[in-house]
Design a protein around this ligand. Structure first.
Ligand SMILES: [Fe+2]
Length: 159
């Protein structure tokens, strides 16, 4: 099952603040080799300006909305807009590193062990950062009420 069923390619008019953020992101992480604590520190810093991301949030009644803000062959930065009831399929990341931070709202995450049984049920709220380094990790994410916005970094890109 594709994670990109609801992806839309958008002609983005970026505001200058977001252009600066993406230029900073590009110089730090555009070439891959992501160091988890550096990614975490960068994500933490984004909470100083959540409004920049909120301005670029998109939502789709058909499913969660995936807005690729930046992509190289090595790294991808994606803003995901969620509405109540929207969820990802159960998925792994095919060996990619994956980090995400909740910018607003609440996101539920269910993790599964290798035999498919639930190993953890987590609730994430604004400022929470999750870093998945286990290449075999399987999870599912969902928004259960209201709207939520989250920022995801993948290396290499989910493509
Ligand atoms: Fe995921």
């Amino acid at each position: 099952m594709s994670l990109h069923d609801h992806e839309e390619s958008q002609a983005m008019n970026l505001n200058p603040d977001l252009e600066l953020i993406l230029s900073d992101f590009s110089s730090r992480f555009g070439h891959g080799s992501l160091v988890p604590h550096e990614v975490k520190a960068w994500m933490d810093a984004q909470m100083q300006r959540p409004q920049v991301y909120l301005e670029h949030a998109s939502y789709d009644d058909e499913g969660y909305s995936r807005n690729v803000l930046f992509e190289t062959k090595q790294t991808e930065l994606v803003l995901v807009g969620w509405q109540a009831g929207q969820e990802t399929p159960k998925h792994d990341h095919e060996g990619r590193s994956c980090s995400f931070m909740v910018l607003s709202g609440d996101i539920e995450e269910v993790r599964f062990d290798s035999s498919g049984h639930v190993s953890a049920q987590l609730k994430h709220q604004a400022r929470d950062i999750v870093q998945i380094s286990d290449p075999t990790a399987i999870h599912q994410m969902a928004c259960r009420q209201g709207r939520a916005l989250s920022l995801h970094i993948y290396s290499p890109p989910m493509g």
